[in-house]
Design a protein around this ligand. Structure first.
Ligand code: SF4
Length: 371
């Protein structure tokens, strides 16, 4: 049984499924935006908020508006969702923003809400790659847009970058990434493009770079981002000092995070739960009042914890694992640990186990050995 469930930090994820158009590679739960559907959904979120408050909420350290495109919410809707919540005085409140929406007015109105961290879906600083990803913004406009956000008062801004597109190589990666590193950002998330076999881009799967080429791109990306002054703290995430995403750290450290909205998944007091990924099912769930239905059994807690925790560059603390699960992490795993150590894929300093540099690109396979 996990220990100290009530004492853990708590975050809140709010899923906003609307998008202005659908990007071919995306497999999140999204819907075409319409004012009416968005307003109906907003009312469902307010019911979930009220139900959470009635049930009792401990202090929230972070709130994260993800999607979809949460920047399609009005500033007033954002404030209404946040008002009355037990936010910690220094709570980190993040909103994912589609760069195409950034204007003077957008930035000023948003800054009047409690949102204090922005995550921009930049994805690339090459227009041909943005076109491929079906993103509507233009690379040349990004510096001015980030400046508008800064002038409005936002000083904790993250940018997403996607690498590994069809026909990409080390040279194209430099062209797409270097101008992004010149933007005044505090945090960068770098993701490998994954094309699902049932997605609109599936025909391009044969055009993707080989695993060796992708590994070369990953390690080049990692070097360029580090040279620009960002410290890697997770397999895909880099931050300037003091700007690691506190919300995402909750997931990777196995802390609690509530989730509101259709398709949103939370982890609360030892249980993982997911809301239905359709509007009718979500509305029905709220009507029944069973916010934590479809809980995974407690048995999933240890594999989930290992999978998330090992993604952090600081790795998995053996003492913390013992105190959390009343188990020795090495028990039943020592032979595997020895083998991974011999292969140069993990670091074992006696206090913690972490991924070695050579394992970062194949992290899922290496961590999978320890589950
Ligand atoms: S804007 Fe983001 S969430 Fe929406 S379809 Fe594109 S990638 Fe997916």
């Amino acid at each position: 049984m996990e220990q100290d469930l009530q004492a853990r930090p708590l975050g809140l994820y709010i899923h906003i499924p609307w998008c202005l158009s659908h990007c071919g590679y995306c497999n999140f739960f999204t819907q075409a935006y319409s004012r009416k559907a968005s307003d109906d959904y907003f009312r469902l979120l307010i019911s979930e908020k009220n139900a959470s408050l009635e049930r009792g909420l401990r202090q929230l350290c972070t709130v994260y508006f993800g999607g979809g495109t949460p920047s399609l919410l009005s500033a007033q809707q954002i404030s209404e969702l946040l008002s009355g919540l037990p936010l910690a005085p220094d709570a980190e409140i993040t909103l994912e923003v589609n760069p195409i929406q950034i204007t003077d007015r957008f930035a000023d109105e948003l800054h009047r809400t409690p949102v204090n961290r922005l995550s921009l879906g930049i994805q690339s600083m090459r227009d041909e790659e943005l076109d491929y990803l079906q993103r509507k913004h233009r690379a040349a406009n990004l510096p001015a847009k980030v400046k508008l956000l800064q002038e409005a008062g936002f000083h904790n801004i993250s940018g997403d970058y996607i690498y590994g597109l069809p026909h990409s190589n080390a040279e194209s990666l430099k062209m797409a990434l270097q101008p992004l590193l010149d933007l005044p950002l505090q945090h960068i998330s770098c993701y490998l493009l994954e094309i699902a076999e049932d997605s609109a881009l599936a025909k391009d799967i044969p055009l993707l770079p080989s695993d060796e080429d992708l590994a070369e791109q990953y390690y080049l990306m990692r070097r360029l981002v580090s040279e620009a002054g960002f410290e890697q703290y997770e397999v895909s995430n880099f931050a300037r000092s003091g700007y690691a995403s506190r919300h995402n750290l909750l997931y990777w450290q196995g802390d609690d995070c509530l989730a509101w909205g259709a398709s949103a998944c939370g982890y609360y007091e030892g249980y993982r739960y997911c809301h239905p990924a359709d509007m009718a099912g979500y509305a029905q769930r709220l009507e029944c009042g069973d916010l934590f239905a479809v809980q995974d059994p407690q048995a999933a807690a240890i594999p989930d914890y290992i999978m998330m925790r090992m993604r952090l560059t600081q790795g998995l603390s053996l003492a913390e694992f013992q105190s959390r699960f009343s188990q020795d992490f090495r028990a039943g795993r020592q032979a595997k640990l020895d083998r991974l150590l011999q292969l140069g894929l993990i670091i074992d300093d006696g206090q913690s186990i972490s991924l070695a540099e050579a394992a970062l690109f194949i992290s899922n396979a290496v961590i999978g050995e320890l589950i």
